[in-house]
Unconditional design. Structure first.
Lengths: 215, 335
């Protein structure tokens, strides 16, 4: 506060996000999209201001409560996918559920069910470095879904994908939306924000919201 | 000053505890004045982050404060070999004006810190800091007491000289003395025995009732406090006689020695922690109307009650064991 290198990544954000909708945060690099999604997803804390999920205030929670919320409420899909090399697709998807203590056979069954939905059950035992770009992306989405979160957060999910895979990604988001999930995507890819499944676009610039509109 | 590793350890650790508690109390004062959970201000969020950090390391540092009571007793007992006239911790503590006041302060702080740790544990189970002001208010009471204790303990060690002639426990804790101490040791043994077992029985019954029914918390809390007082008086009055197998030796410190199997340490530990847990279990009933604690509070109270009952039982078993398996009887010793 008051330091010479002070930088405000977000400023004056006042926003209500509707449940069961696909909301896209659109803006150039450095506009604060990733920071905002990180704060919403309890991956970072604001310097000031509050985030509420439903009636529950989540930005002031001590770490032990945040861990549970991150695990049960939010599923993350990262720009670089962040899959762990050296282990199989199956293990990558199961990993976020290990702390829950669920028995291995039941967890494996659920994981195979997810891989089946995303049409890659035959790649379950393949190490992630052997997967194609599209397969790796589906594994990343399955991993975000393994704890059955209410909200899926995707940060620039199509930045490294070609048009076909980007459309495929949006198809999967449509599927999740139809299941009642809330989807938040940070992107400046037209294939994302021009997609028919997007309910709301929020434009961001210099850490502020430029305006909100319905697509 | 007698230079000894355990004295240096107590000295340095007390300074560290005092420094950290004062630092925490400074923020505690800030929290009492500025805390507003409804606000999303930078100050409020900064306080929330700091309170979590501070309460985490206070947990450990105050945990050590609890242990320091026993370390102090251990050191005092060990020091008797350096002091002319001393036979146990009783004589060592009597060597200057700061020995016993430090012990009393450590006992008071033990109780306060125990209650603070229970409050902090309960507060940390809820996500909206429901006891934040209460625990920081208590911290503001504890902090000066710990600083005074450090000052008193420092003076005790600094003024401790091997050439001081002190008294032995035989002269300090015998029936023949004309003092308040002597009056305590001269308490009628049969009446004290009755009071002791009656208090233990009532505390046990009320604890079990509270554990299974979830009602009568304040009664259990009050009985736990009474059990603490009655048990300490009982140690002075008759339990010590069975341990020493002597009808006139009431010293509460010789029990800490190797000759008696260090039995004083488990005796005092089970009693003190049992009493604090029991008092805490009942006192937390006053938080039952706090919404965020509604689900977790009964679970915490059950845990505390179980701990208290288990420790009181352990204390009782030690006492009964010494009473049952001794060659010493008090038949014909009319008191």
């Amino acid at each position: 506060m008051g330091k010479t290198n002070e930088y405000k990544a977000l400023n004056g954000i006042n926003l209500n996000i509707h449940l069961n909708e696909v909301t896209v945060f659109r803006g150039p690099s450095g506009s604060g999209k990733t920071t905002l999604l990180s704060i919403i997803g309890c991956m970072a804390r604001p310097t000031s201001g509050r985030i509420k999920f439903g009636e529950r205030e989540i930005s002031s929670l001590p770490e032990r409560f945040l861990t549970e919320i991150r695990q049960k409420t939010f599923g993350f899909i990262f720009q670089q996918l962040n899959l762990i090399k050296g282990i199989t697709a199956l293990e990558n998807v199961m990993l976020p559920s290990y702390p829950s203590g669920e028995c291995y056979s039941s967890l494996k069954k659920r994981t195979m069910g997810l891989l089946d939905i995303f049409s890659i059950p035959d790649r379950a035992e393949a190490k992630v470095e052997w997967l194609s770009g599209g397969e790796a992306q589906r594994v990343a989405i399955a991993r975000a879904m393994i704890n059955n979160p209410a909200v899926i957060i995707a940060d620039e999910p199509t930045a490294h994908l070609d048009s076909k895979l980007s459309k495929e990604f949006m198809g999967i988001m449509d599927l999740l939306k139809s299941e009642g999930k809330t989807v938040l995507i940070a992107s400046h890819d037209p294939l994302i924000y021009e997609s028919a499944i997007v309910d709301r676009i929020i434009d961001m610039r210099d850490g502020r919201i430029d305006g909100a509109m319905l697509s | 000053m007698i230079i000894h590793p355990s004295i240096i350890a107590l000295f340095v650790s007390s300074l560290l505890v005092s420094f950290i508690v004062l630092y925490a109390a400074f923020y505690g004062l800030h929290i009492l004045r500025k805390w507003d959970i409804q606000s999303g201000s930078e100050l409020q969020l900064s306080l929330e982050r700091k309170t979590y950090l501070i309460s985490t390391f206070l947990n450990y540092i105050l945990g050590f404060q609890l242990i320091s009571l026993f370390l102090y007793l251990f050191v005092a007992d060990h020091l008797h070999t350096f002091l002319v006239g001393a036979m146990c911790a009783a004589g060592s503590l009597y060597a200057n004006d700061y020995g016993y006041p430090t012990l009393i302060l450590k006992l008071i702080n033990f109780l306060f810190v125990g209650v603070w740790l229970i409050l902090n544990y309960t507060d940390n189970r809820a996500d909206d800091y429901p006891l934040i002001k209460k625990k920081n208010l208590l911290l503001l009471i504890i902090a000066p007491l710990i600083v005074i204790e450090t000052f008193s303990q420092g003076n005790y060690f600094l003024q401790l000289k091997p050439n001081i002639i002190t008294s032995c426990c035989g002269s300090l804790f015998s029936n023949g003395n004309q003092s308040i101490r002597a009056d305590i040791f001269a308490l009628p043994i049969n009446a004290m025995k009755t009071s002791f077992f009656l208090t233990m029985a009532l505390t046990g019954i009320s604890g079990l009732y509270f554990y299974f029914k979830g009602r009568g918390g304040y009664i259990f809390s009050g009985l736990s406090a009474i059990t603490l007082v009655v048990s300490i008086l009982s140690i002075f009055s008759f339990i010590s006689l069975y341990i020493y197998e002597m009808p006139t030796h009431h010293c509460p410190f010789c029990v800490l020695q190797k000759e008696y199997g260090y039995i004083g340490f488990p005796l005092y530990l089970t009693l003190l922690v049992g009493a604090i847990s029991g008092m805490g279990a009942g006192l937390t009933s006053s938080f039952k109307n706090i919404k965020s604690l509604a689900d977790i509070l009964p679970y915490i109270q059950k845990k505390l009650t179980f701990l208290s009952l288990a420790l009181f039982t352990a204390f009782l078993i030690i006492v009964l064991y010494k009473m049952a398996f001794t060659n010493f009887t008090m038949e014909g010793y009319s008191m």
